[in-house]
Design a protein. Structure first.
Length: 454
């Protein structure tokens, strides 16, 4: 029975901060995980061998209870039998910087798992020591079944997991077309696009190591919402970062009350200069100037995205065409997808076409020109290298169709014989994400015909 064991880490790369401003050292965890391909194969309990000697010059590793240290910097950890399809956490290591370790030094954590007769490929996690701010955003959960016309919040926290103070933050926000911002604070700039609204918000308060703040930007769920998306990301503020984010585009300032940082439970106990920054006193934190901004240590947790699924429908309708001409003439036959709403359709999670159309070519005609978004297929659905003259085509729309959209695929057909012929065109109601049958209230209008009179 074919099977393969795999090992990897979360995070896949660790940026380890040096000492805090008060001299204490932060710690981070590395979760080593194990999975295997064939869930029908019972592999049983196993072990994971971990070599942390590559970190010994700058970091201390604390081993969990299921690991036995065999040599300096190396241990073997017991792993229970994996259950189900989810990767199993085999060991969680705690890593902290050693006093006086040089900024920028790095090493590699290595590990290999065995279970039954299976042995994983060797895994590696790069660990880098650095000093700076580490702004991070928490992940807000997916929302399903929200009502069009309602208002919701996407709660999240903004924290500094680094060992230096950030002199402010730049928030990047995006609400897709079925969503809108209830408020537009004056310290944010907004730009409306075809697929949604972008916002750039400047938070000019210092964020000390260990500080955490609540973010709850209210959103309105519009009448055209269906499968929508809210993105939010952060980076340390600087005038250069703001200019780069704008990219020469025009953002319109909001007119509402400024978006402020609302304190949330601290990530750690802050002391000294960090405590002064947290309390808002006039003490000067140990930070660099605007000319030399504090670096962002680890961007892996700076970006989040949430799918917001509204309880709504969108009626997609397919329209064929009727054409006529003499034998030898070339005629244009159109196939049109129309969204009759009320919702727009967008595959913002998977990035797949909003609709896929299966076009059968009428007998007695030959395709002499086709849209670039249509691929030639054989009668049984196999891809063909020669793109003209095929009996069947797979056509894809863009990843979104707004609630009034029509998208037309035009084919040039040469009439090869006299008489009437027709063929069927149809939407693939199960294609990709979101599948059409999950939101379309009327599947009977998802097919049509091409009729050719020669």
């Amino acid at each position: 029975m074919s099977d393969q064991l795999w090992t990897y880490s979360d995070p896949y790369e660790l940026v380890l901060p040096g000492a805090y401003e008060d001299g204490t050292a932060p710690e981070r965890t590395v979760a080593l995980k194990v999975s295997h391909d064939n869930q029908e194969n019972e592999v049983g309990a196993g072990r994971i061998s971990v070599d942390a000697s590559g970190l010994g010059a700058f970091a201390k590793v604390t081993w969990p209870a299921n690991c036995v240290v065999e040599t300096a910097g190396a241990a073997v950890c017991d792993v229970p039998a994996p259950v189900g399809t989810e990767p199993m956490t085999a060991a969680v290591l705690t890593v902290g910087a050693l006093p006086g370790a040089a900024d920028g030094v790095e090493g590699v954590l290595r590990y290999t798992a065995t279970a039954g007769e299976l042995t994983s490929y060797p895994g590696e996690t790069r660990v880098v020591l650095g000093n700076g701010a580490d702004l991070a955003l928490s992940q807000s959960p997916r929302r399903d079944g929200v009502a069009p016309g309602s208002a919701i919040t996407v709660p999240a926290t903004l924290g500094n997991h680094g060992n230096r103070t950030a002199q402010g933050a730049l928030l990047h926000l995006f609400a897709s077309r079925g969503l809108g911002f209830v408020e537009r604070p004056a310290n944010c700039g907004y730009r409306d696009t075809e697929v949604g609204t972008e916002a750039l918000c400047v938070l000019d308060e210092p964020i000390a190591p260990g500080q955490s703040f609540a973010l709850a930007n209210p959103l309105k769920v519009r009448k055209n919402a269906l499968y929508d998306r809210y993105d939010y990301s952060v980076e340390p503020y600087s005038a250069e970062a703001l200019e780069a984010a704008r990219g020469g585009r025009t953002y319109t300032p909001g007119t509402g009350a400024e978006l402020d940082l609302v304190a949330a439970p601290a990530l750690r106990t802050v002391t000294g200069n960090a405590a002064a920054a947290a309390a808002g006193t006039t003490a000067t934190p140990t930070v660099t100037t605007a000319e030399a901004p504090v670096p962002e240590l680890d961007p892996q947790d700076n970006y989040r995205s949430v799918i917001i699924h509204a309880a709504n429908t969108a009626d997609l309708k397919l329209r064929g065409s009727r054409v006529e001409g003499a034998v030898g003439a070339t005629v244009r036959a159109d196939v049109t997808v129309k969204n009759r709403g009320p919702a727009w359709v967008a595959s913002l999670g998977a990035g797949e076409p909003a609709a896929v159309v299966d076009v059968r070519v009428p007998a007695g005609t030959t395709v002499t020109a086709k849209p670039d978004s249509c691929s030639a297929l054989s009668e049984t659905g196999e891809w063909l290298e020669e793109q003209l003259g095929a009996p069947r085509y797979r056509c894809t729309t863009p990843i979104y169709l707004d609630e009034r959209a029509t998208h037309t695929f035009g084919f040039d057909l040469r009439i090869d014989r006299a008489g009437k012929s027709k063929s069927t065109v149809s939407l693939d109601n199960d294609q990709y994400e979101p599948p059409i049958r999950s939101f379309d209230p009327d599947l009977t209008n998802n097919s049509a015909v091409i009729v050719v009179n020669g």
